[in-house]
Ligand binder design. Structure first.
Ligand code: ARG
Length: 310
């Protein structure tokens, strides 16, 4: 790890073209990370991650986030949950308008991952969060965090491969927010965070190839200044699966063209190699769950909720 300059997060927050969230993360320690089954096209049980390299990459990511003024809390990994390292998928952190930390827990599509949320929920409850599930009052729906990010006037949600369309209604109603849904059709971009990354209140990385035509057009229309990436860039570099801490974008790789645009916009790019985690089909965003999104600040309150589909 190279030494990073200390930049206190507080100094960066007031700027209008920076995200106010993305300073506090939850990660899961990779003590039992394996590729044991195949629930996305990247996973091949014949190609296992090297545990020592994975651990070193994971440590480097924590060190990078901390050097940028971010906070990382760590949940232990269940031995029977090899994918739990993709902490993004455990739940959607949303502080209520009055500052109460809350997490909407995921209801995973595949049974192989369902036990993860129970353990994560226990951790959140023990650490000052309240929790809920979407639509648990009778009609459950699959919802996987990683499919939902605040952007503009709404929670932008990708549905199809993992999150179900019904989940959008529940999210909007349960949280009193506007949800804008976009249908994901690409099997390799099975979570929204492989194709969409909010960079600032008006800028985001977008890979239109992940969505059906109407959703791709609608999502592009939602982003005043999109940084459009190709299918190939998304799938081979995982560059949309990045996180943003103030004016720094922490990325698994950065094509020159993407870097030029980011730097032009005043961002600094820091690349952290997490290639061992690509074997399970996830990268930097998948490994880090931001829990400091706030309703009323980052997401407008819409009493009763509202769902907008293309
Ligand atoms: N193997 C995991 C799965 O298929 C990878 C999850 C990647 N996470 C993400 N936020 N995209 O569920």
């Amino acid at each position: 790890m190279t030494i990073q300059q200390e930049r206190p997060a507080q100094q960066e927050r007031p700027t209008q073209d920076r995200l106010a969230w993305g300073y506090r993360y939850v990660k899961v320690e990779p003590s039992h990370f394996r590729v044991e089954y195949q629930i996305n096209p990247f996973m091949d049980p014949a190609d296992q991650p090297d545990p020592v390299r994975a651990r070193a990459q994971w440590d480097a990511l924590v060190a990078t986030i901390e050097s940028l003024g971010g906070r990382v809390d760590v949940i232990g990994q269940r031995e029977d949950a090899p994918d739990m390292v993709y902490a993004m998928n455990l739940g959607l952190g949303v502080e209520t308008a009055d500052g109460r930390p809350h997490v909407v827990m995921s209801h995973m599509r595949y049974p192989q991952r369902r036990m993860e949320t129970g353990s994560a929920e226990a951790w959140f409850l023990a650490n000052g969060f309240t929790t809920s599930y979407v639509g648990r009052d009778g009609v459950g729906a699959h919802f996987e965090a990683g499919d939902a990010f605040a952007f503009g006037d709404a929670l932008v949600v990708g549905y199809g491969p993992r999150t179900e369309e019904l989940g959008l209604k529940h999210l909007a109603k349960d949280l009193d927010i506007r949800v804008r849904g976009f249908r994901i059709t690409h099997p390799g971009m099975y979570h929204l965070d492989l194709a969409f990354c909010p960079l600032s209140p008006t800028r985001a990385i977008v890979c239109p190839a992940a969505f059906d035509d109407a959703s791709a057009a609608a999502l592009l229309a939602q982003v005043p200044e999109p940084l459009v990436i190709t299918e190939e860039e998304a799938l081979t570099t995982f560059c949309a699966n990045s996180i943003v801490i103030g004016s720094t974008v922490v990325m698994p790789a950065c094509p020159d063209r993407v870097r030029a645009r980011l730097e032009d916009w005043g961002f600094e790019v820091v690349v952290v190699d997490v290639s061992e985690f690509h074997k399970g089909g996830g990268s930097i965003r998948c490994m880090t769950n931001p829990v400091d999104l706030r309703i009323g600040r980052d997401l407008a309150q819409v009493p009763g909720g509202e769902v907008v589909l293309p």
